[in-house]
Structures are given as C-alpha cells and as structure tokens.
Ligand binder design. Sequence first.
Ligand code: SF4
Ligand code: SF4
Length: 322
Amino acid sequence: MQYIVPPLISGGIMLSYQCTNACRHCLYRCRPDKSPWMSNEMIDRVFSALADESCLQGVHLAGGEATMRMDVLIEAIDSAVRHNVPMDYLETNCAWCLDEQTARKGFEQLRQRGLGAVLISASLFHNEFIPFERTRIGISVAGEVFGGNVIVWTPEGYRALSRLGNEDRTHTLAESCKILGLDDADLWRLHSYVRPSGRAAEILRAGLPKYEIEHFVNDNCSGMLSSVTHFHIDPNGFLYTGGCPGITVGNVRDGLHPRITPDRFGVFCRLFDSGPCGLLQMDEYKPRLAGYVSKCDLCLDIRKQLRRTGKFPELEPHEFYA
Ligand code: SF4
Ligand code: SF4
C-alpha cells in the first residue's frame, strides 16, 4: 500500500488537550490536568501550512476548551486572519460564561479580532461539569454579539438541559437520567452524534451491545482514515484524519501529506486495509472477555498496548494515551 493524505477540506485546530471538563463522551479524552498549549511559533506554522492547502474551506478553533487561555486563542485568531485562512467558528463549552457581562466581554473581544461565529456545546455530559445557566447565558449573549451566528450543539441536548431545573448547579449523569426518565439506550439516542470511541468507548459502554473480535473482521477503516472533511491538528502540530484521534501520519513540521507506506506507518496501513483486526498480528493481544461496543473500542484497546512498546511513532500524542 502507498497512500497520500488528500488535500484538507475542513477541520479543527486543537489549541490544547486541557479542558475545564472531562466529559464521558470526549473523543479526544480531554481533561482539566495541566497540559501543553500550542506555542505561538506552532500557531504560525499551522496557519501558514493551512494557507497552502488548495481545497481548504475552513477551520474551527477548539481545545480542549480554547477559552481557558484567551491569549493563545487570540493569537490563533490573529494568525488565521493574517494567513487568510477562513474560520468557521470557535467551539466552546461556556464554562467561562459566569454572567452576562463576562460573556459579552469575552465574545466581543474575540469578534473584534475577526471571529465570526461560535459553536456552543449543550449535552447532559457537559452538565456534569457546567451548570446550565452558563450554557444559556453563553448562547444568548453570543447570539447578540455574533448576529445570530451561533450553533447550539445539540438543540436536543439544550432542550433536555432546560428541563432539568436547578440551572445554577451541575447534575451527575445519573441525576439527569433520573429527572428526565432516561435509560442507557435513551441516553445514546439523545446523543446520537457521539461515536463509541475515545473516552466514550471506555466509560459509556452501558446500553450498547457488545461484540467479540470476530464481529469486526474485514471491517476496514479506509473511509474514515482518508476523510479530510473533519480533520484535526493538535497542539503538537500532529494531523488526525477522519475521527481517529491517536493515529497521526502527518505533522506541520515535516509536512501534512507524507508518503504513507507500511514500513513507515504500519499501524495506519493495517487499519486502512483491514481495520483493527489487522493490528492483531503486530503484538500478542489478550481479548477483553466482556467484548467491544464498536470497532473503535477494539482499535483503541489494541493501540494502547502497541503504544506501550514504544515501537510506533504514529501513535501520538502522550496527552491522548496517558
Ligand atoms: S467534549 Fe469538549 S468540553 Fe467535554 S472534555 Fe471534551 S473538549 Fe472538553
Ligand atoms: S477502528 Fe480505529 S482507525 Fe478505524 S475508524 Fe475507529 S479509531 Fe479510526
């Protein structure tokens, strides 16, 4: 196999893996622990590289939670403007929207630098860390500041949050489910956009059917790994295609479109051709007796083991596997 990542179309710039939250559904396993932020030098490299992408339609800015370091976020916005890279939106969980005045000051500052839209997260998972009041204030004030250019992700999540009551406090998932009368299967239906991958595959298995490894034989990942409509670039400059955190073949320092061959990128190539079952020959692996909720669950479990061998540089970053 020989492959080159196609021209990038749309994706997210992750300024850090650090977040105010450690949501159960987080694909990138972000959390509050101290974690590096993208340096100014890397920000400039990232947007400079993106400016050379011939098919790029836009990028969104994200963390973790990007507003935890307004200085880094502003540097990224300035760099996008300087390099003429279109910004789709900033993704925020509004943990910082303590009151209307704070929210307005923050959003105004970002709008004045050139940001045109925001996406605000609203889910029962976020509400384990962020009172609904802050989400509501953030959406209302952002609507005024950005002239309606606000995406609420998701509207169903927002409606569920608005029925919880006690807006000024957080709710554990168990509390939310009890108040709203949801069982595990309802929870997945309400958050149907969540992929059983990353942290979701680790701690949200309840309510999902489990399968043995054989179920995933011949299920290759070429479609996901070659997708460039939702790529991510992390604070280290690593590129992740599709929705596959923790597997990187390109980076901003050495090039976003390297020649991918099995000798250089064995994990990627096996996943591309054969899916996670293709990784089974790379190391001795003991299957999980309880089964797997998805092929990404199996993939992550095997990759964690492969990473511990230290033999596969494409399994990055430390923040994801830690
Ligand atoms: S889903 Fe968003 S808010 Fe939640 S931990 Fe991940 S980055 Fe943070
Ligand atoms: S199984 Fe692995 S490579 Fe395939 S889509 Fe899931 S995370 Fe990506």
